[in-house]
Design a protein around this ligand. Structure first.
Ligand code: CA
Length: 466
């Protein structure tokens, strides 16, 4: 009698385990860095080659109006990681080194996925705090292979790869090094993780620093794009796509691809210094025009989501709620999420857009979407109002012609700000000046005078000599 009971328990347990395996999707976030809006084959690029990403996009849902919650790396990642506007916990600006990270009162997506029984892993750039209490292994990730800082060389070198250095590679917080090209190794490590966890649902945050500066590619990849006007970026993008291809091949080999939910996006728009192209959008990384925060975003989950295009206003903050919902479990983040589950919208079970409004703020610059309208506010420069449906290029200000809409959005933006903290840190006077000057030029539809510290120095010198 006792034996039978134990046997039934064992049988029941294995049944649950098997059912669990077959039903619960694996979830992967492919988060690339500073990629241009136009710089993927599936986005229409003619000169950058991304066959593996194109195949995923073609079999997934491509979003045409998706936005990250900040136009620079750190805050954008803090939003994805918490599913909440990062300004709510003071992570409004890029973190200076050795400063701080995501407030310990927040539940990260890694922690939430652990709560629902997933194995979790993060790869690549962290940029969410480099002090011990903010590192990946204590913020929800069972496994980590990557670097804590906001960027580094794609090759191993003496400057970056020293013990205790935040640019160095760590495996679970233990110093390690690597051979060859970093993007390739990040792909290999993800493939290894999939192989080791194929029998258990997993959550993977794969965040290569590609295609952030420094502009570095392998000799072999550069040789493929000889005479290309954007040779290094083309080679870096090719390597990025190859790493994604290897991850996808591993999922196929293990028969996991059909039931793996993959999100793909860039953490912000193309930067001014990596040869990226954000057309047809205005602006670039670091500013409140669409080129800063509207990003290429797709979801791939053949088992549950039909391929197609989705035009509803969506946010990278939605990845959190969507991931939890996809597991069929209930997680308990201790704060209300700003993002929503996107799946019912993609399945036509919910009508309307996931968001009527979205908000942005970094120090002196803020912005807001209200359906087709976009409001930008910059200290001392005032407001701009655009109608993105008719003017995606944001060069026709409607503040005067649509004063009613302006006033409504001004007050709703202020209302949203009541739920925010004063930024816990800022980026300093020099970057404040540069960012402000960029917005001044973009407000006036002028050519941008100054994009970095060196250009600011030259501009000041020229002004003095005049
Ligand atoms: Ca970035």
């Amino acid at each position: 009698m006792k034996k039978i009971n134990i046997l039934s328990v064992v049988l029941l347990f294995s049944l649950i385990t098997v059912t669990g395996q077959t039903n619960k999707p694996n979830i992967i976030i492919l988060l690339v860095d500073d990629a241009g809006y136009a710089d993927f084959g599936f986005a229409g690029s003619k000169d950058l080659k991304t066959p593996n990403l194109d195949r995923l996009a073609a079999n997934g849902v491509v979003f045409t109006d998706a936005h990250v919650s900040a136009s620079v790396c750190g805050p954008s990642r803090a939003g994805i990681m918490t599913g909440r506007y990062q300004q709510r916990f003071g992570f409004e600006c890029n973190p200076p080194r050795d400063f701080t990270g995501i407030s310990l009162d927040e539940t990260t997506i890694g922690e939430a996925m652990q709560q629902v029984g997933y194995k979790t892993a993060a790869f690549g750039k962290w940029h969410l705090g480099d002090q011990p209490e903010y590192r990946p292994n204590v913020r929800g990730f069972d496994y980590y292979w990557g670097f804590l800082s906001g960027g580094r060389s794609y090759f191993s070198n003496k400057k970056n790869d020293r013990e205790g250095e935040s640019h160095s590679i760590r495996e679970n917080d233990v110093f390690t090094t690597f051979e060859g090209y970093l993007t390739d190794r990040l792909g290999d490590k993800a493939v290894e993780f999939i192989g080791g966890n194929k029998d258990h649902p997993f959550f993977m945050y794969w965040a290569p620093n590609a295609v952030h500066t420094p502009m570095e590619a392998s000799k072999e990849d550069l040789a493929l794009f000889e005479d290309h006007p954007r040779q290094t970026l083309a080679a870096m993008t090719w390597a990025l796509d190859r790493a994604v291809g290897n991850i996808v091949s591993k999922l196929e080999e293990e028969n996991l691809l059909n039931n793996t939910l993959i999100f793909f996006l860039s953490d912000n728009g193309g930067a001014h210094n990596n040869a990226s192209i954000n057309l047809p959008l205005k602006g670039f990384k670091g500013n409140k025009y669409e080129g800063g925060h509207r990003v290429q975003f797709f979801m791939h989950w053949p088992k549950e989501i039909n391929k197609g295009t989705y035009t509803g206003l969506s946010s990278a903050l939605d990845i959190y709620a969507t991931s939890i919902a996809a597991t069929g479990e209930v997680a308990h983040p201790n704060k209300p999420l700003d993002g929503v589950n996107l799946i019912p919208y993609l399945k036509n079970e919910k009508q309307g857009a996931p968001h009527q409004q979205l908000f942005w703020r970094k120090d002196h610059e803020a912005a807001m979407r209200d359906a087709e309208h976009k409001l930008i506010r910059v200290s001392e420069l005032g407001y701009r109002l655009y109608d993105l449906e008719n003017n995606l290029g944001e060069d026709r200000d409607l503040c005067e012609v649509n004063n009613k809409q302006l006033q409504t959005m001004q007050s709703e933006l202020k209302n949203w700000e009541k739920g925010l903290m004063i930024p816990l840190w800022t980026e300093g006077d020099t970057w404040d000046t540069i960012t402000w000057m960029i917005h001044e030029d973009l407000y006036l539809n002028n050519k941008v005078r100054v994009k970095d510290i060196k250009q600011l120095k030259n501009w000041k010198q020229k002004k003095i000599s005049k």
